[in-house]
Design a protein around this ligand. Structure first.
Ligand code: SF4
Length: 193
């Protein structure tokens, strides 16, 4: 099971396959991690620093955490994709020299070089005050949900945006009880990590 929990500041990823119930999270931030509650993680109930420190102490890597960098990631099930936006005027965090890897249709990397023109960035269908900077695309088939494309503008690389996009799609598939078929190499990597 893959889940992500978000505030304006941070995103916490949880992969239940790796959770070995050492319960360090429960003692580190008891309001955030409460195994008697559903959902058992609520990242709005404690200070960011406390949650970050607790996530960092997870011994198995079941919990990981990144800053949002003021980037919004949403699932659009009617369009069969998750989408990442930055608000116009926002820098989306400090510039980062590391390029986040997105992939398309199997193992073909699909990373914009230089300033993208007419691609995912600034699509016409984005809300007025937002600029689209990434997306993860899927289609639902009789065999399951095929995730076939993940892409993030390189100007926003190194911020785990692609991972957030894939997690949104996986989480939605799991809620719908659909098997996941990642033909996108990046989505496959996220599922295997
Ligand atoms: S500390 Fe990590 S492995 Fe242990 S219960 Fe919490 S999430 Fe699971």
């Amino acid at each position: 099971m893959h889940r992500l929990y978000e505030t304006n500041d941070i995103v916490v990823f949880w992969n239940s396959d790796k959770c070995r119930h050492a319960k360090r999270c429960v003692t580190g931030s008891p309001k955030t991690f409460d195994i008697t509650r559903r959902p058992w993680i609520d990242v709005t109930l404690a200070p960011t620093a406390e949650i970050w420190q607790t996530v960092s102490s997870c011994p198995t890597g079941a919990l990981t955490c990144v800053y949002t960098h003021d980037i919004i990631v949403e699932i659009h099930e009617d369009e069969c994709r998750s989408v990442a936006y930055v608000r116009s005027g926002s820098t989306g965090g400090e510039a980062d020299t590391k390029t986040e890897r997105g992939s398309q249709n199997g193992d073909v990397d699909n990373i914009y070089e230089g300033e993208p023109q007419g691609g995912i960035v600034g699509r016409d269908d984005t809300p007025d005050d937002r600029i689209q900077i990434g997306e993860c695309d899927y289609r639902d088939t009789p065999d399951g949900r095929v995730i076939y494309h993940t892409e993030v503008s390189p100007a926003y690389g190194g911020k785990s945006i692609a991972r957030r996009l894939v997690y949104k799609v996986i989480e939605s598939a799991e809620h719908a009880k659909l098997p996941i078929i990642p033909t996108c190499s990046y989505a496959r990597k996220v599922m295997e990590e």
